[in-house]
Design a protein around this ligand. Structure first.
Ligand code: GLU
Length: 442
């Protein structure tokens, strides 16, 4: 017996990675990293009808996006492979023969059933505690099928065989599998092998307490990828679904979670999913991203916009202005659009308030003239010129800010005005102010 911690995530490729599955993967990954053990990825693809390359790819992409690297599994290999159940036929046959030779199996209408040992089975779960399952009643606990008449294998059997073969020390999985565990323990016993420790993680429910289904918002990891969430934030959010540090902090670097994580500290109560908190966390993570990484993660969202393919020198100063204002990368195209087109639209409400005022046009022209004389085009000088113009015109500086903002961006809010004008450039800012004064202001 080795004391090495070996855990596995064992998804069935159904075509999407559910947030609950990703959380199970993450708790396995965290436990492996915490214990300096091994994280195995095993694809449970015995269901031939649903099994496809694309369905597996969705899982691999999701795990990679979340930064959960596996030590053994698809594209990594390892000592106990293959890591696709569909490629382990002869291993299953060997274990099947052993069970048959031991008198544990019988044929029933072409299917093979395992003769239950008819005992009280104790599951000593690291999260749920000690639970007794009385399997003595044949009516309530019929003998499980392990092989179908067409020769294909049933989940319970291959799952146990692989946990034996892959030397799994801890099975960490969703609580929906708790009722399967006594059956699995019977198989371990019949095969004469020690069972792993079990840790069943409570379910993830919707905010209203209903069970999370495939169609619920945030249920699929692909929706976070496509929705432009910061991957580190989603990973952080998933850790909070059933676990939290003693001091209740919510934003935690993953290295710290790896240090603090333990199965005994996983909450026994069901977790409640809150998409708004996940969006909020994503926004919180924007400030910790370097500008380079922010730009890299933005780039798929800029495809098809005026900002697509722009050189870093043009794009990055603009991205720097909005980086901490957006919560997801999907918000970036709209937040920066007016930087890259002269055809920017004007928000009606902001225009009405800022431009449709007596004398607005004259004030904008006075500002443009002042900006033409600014020696160096820095935020400080731009601000000074605006303030000096206010004094000249006998108005409050504050009253010039909104009209200028609306003139150069078309919007009532956005990044700091002076920094925004610095990035737009002198020529562009002045041109936009004059044009607005001529065509839109009263
Ligand atoms: N393939 C099973 C599932 O996706 C794995 C269960 C387990 O982790 O043992 O639910």
């Amino acid at each position: 017996m080795t004391s090495e911690v070996r855990v596995r995530f064992a998804p069935s490729p159904t075509g999407y990675l559910h947030v609950g599955g990703a959380r199970t993967a993450l708790f396995n990954w965290l436990y492996a990293r915490h214990c300096k053990g091994t994280f195995v990825l095993r694809i449970e693809d015995t269901d031939k009808a649903r099994n496809s390359k694309e369905a597996v790819q969705v899982i691999l992409d999701g795990l990679r996006w979340l930064g959960m690297d596996w030590d053994e599994g698809p594209s990594m290999g390892g000592e106990y492979g293959p890591y696709f159940q569909s490629e382990r036929e002869n291993i299953y046959q060997r274990y099947f023969d052993q069970l048959e030779a031991g008198g544990h199996l019988y044929l029933d209408n072409g299917a093979w059933r395992f003769r239950s040992l008819r005992e009280v089975v104790v599951v000593d779960d690291m999260i749920c505690g000690r639970i007794e399952f009385d399997l003595s009643n044949h009516e309530t606990h019929p003998d499980m099928t392990i092989r179908r008449p067409d020769g294909s294998w049933i989940f319970h059997f291959v799952n146990v065989v692989d946990d034996i073969e892959m030397r799994i020390s801890h099975v960490i999985r969703g609580e929906d599998h708790l009722s399967n565990t006594p059956k699995h323990l019977e198989l371990f016993k019949a095969l004469g092998k020690p069972a792993p420790r079990y840790a069943h993680i409570p379910l993830i429910l919707n905010k209203d307490g209903s069970k999370m289904s495939k169609r619920d918002e945030g249920a699929s990891i692909t929706s976070y990828i496509d929705g432009g969430f910061v991957p580190e934030a989603v990973k952080n959010y998933l850790t909070l679904l059933g676990w939290s540090p003693k001091d209740g902090r919510e934003k935690l670097e993953i290295e710290e979670v790896v240090q603090l994580f333990d199965l005994e500290k996983v909450n026994r109560k069901n977790a409640h999913f809150d998409i708004d908190k996940c969006v909020w966390l994503s926004g919180q993570y924007m400030s910790s991203l370097t500008l380079e990484r922010f730009a890299e993660l933005c780039s798929p969202f800029l495809v098809g916009t005026d900002a697509e393919g722009l050189e870093a020198a043009k794009l990055q100063p603009v991205l720097a202005l909005v980086k901490e204002k957006v919560k997801t990368f999907a918000e970036v195209p709209a937040a920066i659009s007016y930087f890259f087109t002269e055809d920017y639209s004007f928000e009606p409400e902001a225009s009405e308030k800022a431009l449709n005022q007596p004398g607005a046009s004259a004030r904008l022209n006075a500002l443009a003239t002042a900006f033409e004389k600014v020696a160096d085009w820095s935020p400080e000088s731009i601000e000074a010129a605006l303030k000096a113009t206010a004094v000249e015109l006998g108005v409050k500086a504050g009253s010039l800010v909104l009209p200028t903002r609306v003139a150069v961006s078309g919007r009532g809010s956005g990044p700091s005005l002076y920094h925004m004008m610095e990035v737009l450039g002198r020529e562009c800012s002045i041109r936009r102010i004059r044009q607005t004064a001529d065509s839109k202001a009263a």
